[in-house]
Design a binder for this molecule. Structure first.
Ligand SMILES: C[S@@+](CC[C@H](N)C(=O)[O-])C[C@H]1O[C@@H](n2cnc3c(N)ncnc32)[C@H](O)[C@@H]1O
Length: 255
């Protein structure tokens, strides 16, 4: 059938050389691979910036979990910051995202994520969606991510951005995260990305046995606290000093 196709006839002179259609297809394929289609993203400056970010800011400071490093290489942080700040998306500091809020420094995102020791099967709760960046990193490493944001414009924007980037395992809710997401509890991992003055007990209650929770705690001086739950109960460990925006809403009642 192929020999009667005038396009094949014109291109390959198939009558005098019956195998030439195949040869031509192979030659064209090789040509297309070499010249027509450059390796994916090889020239994308953001890919290079991301690679440099991972090497200099994250690996160099001791983050060694290969899955976390791969997730940090994969998530297009520049797609989740305000357009005018894209050039700074992979810099070594937090950035403003509007409404007086911030997207955290890449190293802190990687550090907190590594502490959760995700292996891919977990259901994760995040309080403080912000830009959606931390949620995207978590979504690369776990099964489902539930994330709550108290500022409605941020919640809606993150939800739209994450859908645009193709994340189907992230569920965004607008509201106060102090009481967690009881309908979906318990969670294998919980991360809070705004600092309460005290540990929100409803969140600890939603942590599964074997689960890990990380959050910044404190007013003024803050430190990251790692909470683990096992058969014997709940354990707390102080990690490093940090600086996050305050957690607002119910947790501030009575402060
Ligand atoms: C440092 S930013 C979060 C960064 C975010 N994880 C990201 O990747 O862009 C902290 C966020 O927590 C939100 N937040 C503060 N208190 C909250 C609360 N009670 N419930 C839910 N979100 C809260 C803030 O509005 C802010 O967007």
């Amino acid at each position: 059938m192929g020999y009667s196709d005038p396009r094949t006839m014109n291109l390959s002179n198939a009558k005098s050389f019956p195998g030439s259609g195949v040869v031509l297809a192979v030659v064209l394929g090789v040509w297309a691979l070499c010249f027509a289609a450059p390796p994916p993203q090889a020239d994308d400056p953001y890919t290079q910036l991301r690679e440099r970010m991972v090497k200099r800011q994250i690996e160099a400071r001791g983050i060694g979990d290969e899955r976390v490093l791969a997730a940090m290489r994969a998530v297009p942080r520049h797609e989740l910051v305000p357009a005018q700040l894209r050039g700074d998306a992979y810099a070594d500091y937090p950035l403003p995202i509007g409404e007086g809020q911030t997207i955290s420094q890449p190293y802190i995102v990687a550090y907190m994520t590594e502490q959760l020791q995700l292996d891919g099967d977990e259901r994760v709760l995040e309080i403080g969606t912000g830009s959606g960046y931390q949620a995207a990193v978590l979504a690369e490493l776990s099964k489902e991510v539930y994330t709550i944001e108290i500022v409605e414009t941020l919640a809606r924007r993150a939800e739209a951005d994450l859908a645009r980037l193709g994340y189907t395992n992230i569920h965004v809710r607008h509201g106060d995260g102090y009481r967690g997401w009881p309908e979906e509890a318990p969670f294998d991992a919980i991360i809070v990305t705004a600092a309460p003055g005290r540990i929100p007990e409803p969140l600890v209650e939603q942590l599964a046995v074997g689960g890990r929770m990380i959050l910044p705690v404190g007013k003024g001086y803050q430190e990251l606290i790692l909470i683990t739950r096992d058969e014997e109960g709940v354990h707390r460990q102080r990690l490093i000093g940090v600086h996050f925006v305050p957690m607002t809403g119910e947790v501030q009642d009575g402060d």
